[in-house]
Design a protein around this ligand. Structure first.
Ligand code: PLP
Length: 475
C-alpha cells in the first residue's frame, strides 16, 4: 500500500476509535512529515483524501481538524449510543408490539436432549443430496439463479401431490400445491388471508405454540377447545352459538398430547365447516413417523366440500435447515394465497426445491423416511424404558404412537417449573406442558424429544435428569 494511503488509514482509524475526537486539530502537514520521515506531499495526499471523505475539515490559515460529524462514527460513542437506543421504547405498532412481546418461535440451532421436534440430521444422506444438487445445477444452469414461480417449482409440486395422495390419503393435484418456506409461514398466511383481525378461530387446548402465536399476531380471537385421548372434543364446537371462521387441528398426532383425532370427530368437523363456510387448517407436521401401522388418512382427503387447507413440512421428515413446507389448497384459494406469499418472500429458493423434487422422484424420500422411522421407533423404545427405570419416582411416560417426542406427566410434588429449571442446570432441555394449555392449568409435565439423540445420549441425559430431580426432591 502506498505510504500516503497508510497514513490516511491510520489517522482514520484513530478518528473511528475516538482517540482523535471531533474538533481536535491535526498536526501541520510539514511537522507530521518531518516526524514520520516522509515527504510533505505524502502527508498532504493523506490529508486530502481524509478531507474528501469528510473525516477532517481544513481551514486556510488555521490547519486541519477532525470533523464534528465524526462523533457518530467513533466506535466507542457509537456503541454507547446504540446501548441507549436499545433501551428506548422501540415505538412499534400495536401489532408489532404484540409480535415482539410473544417472543416469536425460536428453535435451538444446536439441539441437546430432549429438545423436541428435531429430526436426526446426522443420519441424513448428505453425499446423495449433494450429487442431486450438482445434477440440478448442471442441467438448469443459470436458470436456477433467476426468480422462480411464487407457487413453487412444478416438479416439486407434482412430487408433493403424488406423495400426499399416496401416503396421506389426500386429494391433491400439482396446481393446488403452494410451496412455502415452512408450516409456520403457512399458518401466518392462513391467519391473515382467511380471517380478519378480531374474528374467531377454534384451536386445540393444549395447542402448538407456533400456531397460537401466528393467530395472536394476526389479531385473531383464539377459542381453546379441550383435547382428550381421541383428539379435539367436537361438542363444544357444534354447540357454540357464536360463529368462528376457522379451526386449527393437528389431527394425525395432536401437539403435544399425541392423540389421533377419531374418524367420527373428523367427519363432524368437516360437516361443521361446510355448514358454516368455515375453514379447517390441518397441520400434518410429523405423520411420516408413525410406529404402529399406517397413520390415519388426513382430513383434507375426507373433505368433499373443499373447506380444508392441508399443511405439510419437510422440517421433521428431512431437516429443518431445508426451509420447505407446503399447503394443499382448495382451488379458489390458490391464486389469493400465491399472491399473498409474493409479499412475504417472493418464492422458495429454486435450487433447494429442484433438488428436493429429484430426491422425491428418485424414491430417496420414501427410503429415508423408512430408515428414520426404524431408528426413531427404537429410540422411543429406549427412552420409554429409561424413563420407567430411572424416573419412575417423578413422572409417568405417555408413550406416543408416532412423532419425535414423548410427553411425560409429573407424578411427584416437584413443580413443572422447578423440574425444567433443574434439568436446564445440568444441560437437559424440557418443554413444559402446562404453558401449552390456554389457562396454564393443564397437567404438569414435559415433552421429551428423542429422535435426534443416540441411545447412549438418551441414557446419559436421563441419568442427569434423574440426579437433578433427586437433588431437588432432597432440598
Ligand atoms: C405442530 C407443529 N407444527 C409445525 C411445526 C414447524 O414446522 P416448520 O419448521 O415447517 O414451521 C412444528 C415444529 O416443531 C410443530 O411441532
Amino acid at each position: 500500500m502506498p505510504l500516503h494511503a497508510r497514513i490516511q488509514r491510520a489517522v482514520r482509524q484513530l478518528i473511528l476509535d475516538g482517540v482523535l475526537g471531533p474538533g481536535k486539530s491535526l498536526p501541520a502537514s510539514r511537522a507530521l512529515a518531518k516526524s514520520l520521515g516522509v515527504s510533505r506531499d505524502t502527508v498532504e495526499a493523506a490529508y486530502a483524501q481524509l478531507h474528501a471523505e469528510g473525516f477532517i475539515v481544513r481551514r486556510v490559515g488555521s490547519g486541519s481538524f477532525v470533523a464534528e460529524m465524526t462523533e457518530f462514527l467513533s466506535g466507542h460513542r457509537r456503541s454507547k449510543r446504540d446501548a441507549l437506543l436499545r433501551n428506548q421504547a422501540p415505538n412499534l405498532s400495536k401489532r408489532g408490539s404484540a409480535v415482539f412481546q410473544s417472543g416469536g418461535v425460536r428453535e435451538m440451532s444446536l439441539p441437546r436432549p430432549f429438545a423436541h421436534g428435531v429430526p436426526d440430521t446426522r443420519s441424513f444422506p448428505l453425499p446423495l443430496w449433494e450429487r442431486l444438487e450438482r445434477q440440478v445445477l448442471k442441467e438448469t444452469g443459470t436458470q436456477a439463479l433467476l426468480h422462480g414461480d411464487p407457487q413453487g417449482a412444478e416438479p416439486l409440486r407434482r412430487a408433493i401431490a403424488d406423495y400426499v395422495n399416496l401416503e396421506r390419503g389426500a386429494r391433491a393435484t400439482a396446481d393446488r400445491v403452494l410451496v412455502l418456506t415452512s408450516s409456520q409461514q403457512a399458518m401466518t398466511l392462513c391467519a391473515n388471508m382467511l380471517l380478519d383481525s378480531g374474528e374467531r378461530i377454534f384451536i386445540e387446548d393444549p395447542a402448538y405454540y407456533g400456531a397460537r402465536k401466528a393467530f395472536d399476531a394476526a389479531g385473531l380471537e383464539c377459542i381453546p377447545i379441550h383435547v382428550d385421548d381421541q383428539g379435539i372434543i367436537v361438542d363444544p364446537i357444534l354447540d357454540e352459538p357464536r360463529r368462528a371462521k376457522a379451526i386449527f387441528l393437528t389431527p394425525s398426532h395432536q401437539f403435544p398430547t399425541g392423540a389421533t383425532l377419531a374418524l367420527d370427530r373428523r367427519l363432524a368437523l368437516i360437516e361443521w365447516a361446510a355448514r358454516h363456510q368455515a375453514w379447517i387448517i390441518e397441520d400434518d407436521y410429523d405423520s411420516e413417523f408413525h410406529y404402529a401401522g399406517k397413520p390415519t388418512a388426513c382430513v383434507q382427503g375426507l373433505d368433499p366440500h373443499d373447506r380444508t387447507i392441508y399443511i405439510g413440512t419437510f422440517t421433521k421428515s428431512l431437516f429443518p435447515g431445508l426451509r420447505i413446507g407446503y399447503v394443499v389448497l382448495p382451488p379458489q384459494l390458490v391464486k389469493p394465497m400465491t399472491v399473498a406469499r409474493t409479499l412475504l418472500d417472493g418464492h422458495t429458493a429454486a435450487m433447494a426445491q429442484l433438488t428436493l423434487a429429484r430426491f422425491m422422484e428418485g424414491g430417496h424420500f420414501g427410503a429415508h423416511v423408512r430408515t428414520m422411522r426404524g431408528i426413531y421407533a427404537q429410540r422411543l423404545d429406549v427412552l420409554s424404558g429409561l424413563v420407567r427405570k430411572h424416573l419412575s419416582d417423578f413422572v409417568e411416560p405417555r408413550v406416543p404412537i408416532g412423532g419425535l417426542q414423548m410427553p411425560c406427566v409429573l407424578t411427584c410434588e416437584i413443580s413443572e417449573r422447578v423440574a425444567i429449571d433443574a434439568a436446564r442446570r445440568v444441560g437437559v432441555e424440557l418443554l413444559g406442558l402446562s404453558a401449552l394449555h390456554a389457562a396454564g392449568d393443564g397437567k404438569a409435565g414435559f415433552l421429551m424429544g428423542f429422535a435426534a439423540y443416540t441411545p447412549a445420549e438418551l441414557e446419559s441425559a436421563v441419568r442427569k435428569l434423574a440426579n437433578a430431580l433427586q437433588t431437588v426432591k432432597r432440598t
